[in-house]
Design a binder for this molecule. Sequence first.
Ligand code: GLN
Length: 495
Amino acid sequence: MMLTEFTIAGARAALRDKEISAAELTLAHLEAIADLNPRLNAFITVTDEQAALQAARADKAIAAGQARPLTGIPLAIKDLFCTQGVRTTAGSRILENFVPPYESTVTARLLHDGAVFLGKANLDEFAMGSSNMTSAFGPVENPWKRSGGSNAVLVPGGSSGGSASAVSARLAMGATGTDTGGSIRQPAAFCGLAGIKPTYGRCSRWGVVAFASSLDQPGPFARTVQDCAILLGSMAGFDPKDSTSIDLAVPDFEAACRRGVRGLKIGVPREYRADGMPAEIERLWQQGLDWLRDAGAEIVDVSLPHTKYGLATYYIVAPAEASSNLARYDGVRFGLRADGQDLTELYEATRAEGFGEEVKRRILIGTYVLSAGYYDAYYLRAQKVRALILKDFTDAFATVDALLTPTAPSAAFAQGEKMNDPVAMYLNDVFTVPASMAGVPAMSVPAGLDSQGLPLGLQVIGRPYDEETVFAVSQVIEDSAGFSGKPALRAGVPA
Ligand code: GLN
């Protein structure tokens, strides 16, 4: 088998049995990056030398019988995670030359468990976007193509578009992402991958460049549900350095994948039957419910009545927090500094030059909704509605164990589409945002292809801290779907 085709679980076994070495596994991925990254632009920074060193260390550990859960597994790291001594840009000019003196907790855990880091994955600037078109380092290409020889360049989704493109094209076996309103789940769906946003607080945010702190949550991408379980097992865990981190033991997520769904109640939120949803997405959703019923689950209609306010409240809360978080980029402490006659001018010139259009739009919205005259009308109101959205989920989970919905209202779209209509772009998140607002875990699983041959995802939403049920349900969907599609652009396939 080609080294770049291994799953993480498969490579872990092959490494332990000494059928393959970490050095050759890493090299195969670095070669694939050299081949395809000039086109896909999935990585902003490739750390070849560091990866080779880590792989050599992994081989020694394996030889000494000291393999850890991820020893020798090559990963891509979203360039929002601070990595000690390795440039971390957040996809922004303003951090173009920022080299953190510390390692984020999540990446430190992955390294501790033996992972090899191939490099830093491209993303929408400060994780704001749904298409990876807002990166200061250029757009990322989705390795999937519409069938029939279409040349349209598709977006990988966002904001973790580089992570998703890299794993889909076999440039990495798995990747980290962050999800504030859908940035793991939507790109996973667009690129035919599994991706989970865990419960808010399950993974530490320490050392992750902040977008909207009450929503941001790290999580993994991989090509299988089990691989996501393996990665999350290493990424998750209590961190005293993040005051919102939860002090709970990390369950055996891999074992949870094998639980099945017999006896579980799966809810279908009727408000997710959005007007104008493509018929094939509607059909896939029904198919997903049938698979779960066939596997022994009971399907129950539920209502999440405040779903319709999800997007509107998200686009108040997230920009409000962003405008506050981004105040630190003042040209004095981090990154870029533009000259000015006085301090105010220095701030203004730095921020005018350093931030892109979408980030400026969010800052404008955020400062507006937090301003003295409008705080009550927008921000405070949005916080109240957020509480109602959470209550919807709490009520639903009194009767069901998990919810099933589509991940996104469309398959991957072409670069340039929706670009001059921010509201159309924001609509991408209609199905992912409510779980973010409620802080509950949610996973996207590849479930089928649309009529143009592009992947579609289904979303499994679970109770707070119950990622185990999310994995169990997702595994049944993966097994039933038998999704075996591969993108047109991938390692080992001549372009
Ligand atoms: N697309 C959403 C936004 O632009 C979500 C992004 C994210 O989850 N980081 O805010």
